[in-house]
Design a protein around this ligand. Sequence first.
Ligand code: NAP
Length: 306
Amino acid sequence: MIEPDRTIVMTGASRGIGRVAARRLVREGSRAHLVLLNRGDSPDLVEELRAHGAVSVVRTDLSRLRSVADAAAAVAERVREGMLPPIRTLVCNAGVQHTNALTETADGFESTFAVNVLANHVLVRGLQRHLHPRARVVLTVSDTHVGDLRHNLGMVPGPRWQPVQTLARTGAFPDPASPAAGRTAYSTSKLAAIYLVHEYARRLAPEQSVVSFNPGFVPGTDLARDADAVSRFAMRWLLPALTLTPLATSQTTAGRLLADAAIGATAAPSGSYIDRDRVARSSDESYDPERERQTWEAVEALTANF
Ligand SMILES: NC(=O)c1ccc[n+]([C@@H]2O[C@H](COP(=O)([O-])OP(=O)(O)OC[C@H]3O[C@@H](n4cnc5c(N)ncnc54)[C@H](OP(=O)(O)O)[C@@H]3O)[C@@H](O)[C@H]2O)c1
């Protein structure tokens, strides 16, 4: 096997879009050591990936920010000690969507905001000083941040921006026990992630880049695993038919596109939004330097003790 000359750190590789992307990253970037920040050991996946390249797992629960900070510190130490090559790519792909806005993490945060926003921030900040001078950071976001029918197919309400301290806690949206509130928390968390991408772009080193990546609607993954039985059935068995139309992306294609975004095969300046396979404009609402600064300051404060 070829000696790895770069490290790729990735969340959300255990299933769905990320699992496909991990396969591609380890096959195509066979000079990469892929570090998976997974909740479990994922033995089947690791065995499969190791047939193609170097892979290790750092067990990480993204809903517990101490676990995320510890994972970042463990990776950083292995890079410092020369046990891992420099980090060329950080893929923050993991995400959750709940059927309410009341799911609280052990740290006391609303779970969607904790996993989709705060965990990424702890990772980016924890690894920032250890990134290669030309590293790329990718955050998986979503069409749903736009909020119109064309982008959410009527399934996920658009974002409802509020002060970040409110968004980070349970009950931030009307009728918080409802699926609509949970899905609003989801689209709003993805808007927050785009704000942070804009802010990170201002703060990373000049030749480093950070991008948001939108795979489009990808039916068939486990993102709706908390939903009611009818929705789960539709997501798994009916909606995949939409991948034959421009309305949806198959898991295979979404994973390939995420890998392309991660390794820089999709050319994209820092701060940009990759819509599937090309740079595009995200929603008008997502360009707001004041909210971007406020989001940065708030997440810095909320994650300071981890
Ligand atoms: N599917 C879509 O239509 C769609 C559209 C736009 C954007 N996205 C985004 O794409 C990304 C991947 O989603 P997917 O559709 O592939 O969903 P998925 O099949 O549910 O995969 C989600 C991934 O996130 C991981 N994860 C969730 N909570 C975690 C935690 N607390 N600690 C560690 N890992 C955790 C999961 O790990 P476990 O195996 O441990 O649960 C899994 O690897 C997400 O950011 C999602 O928001 C999806």
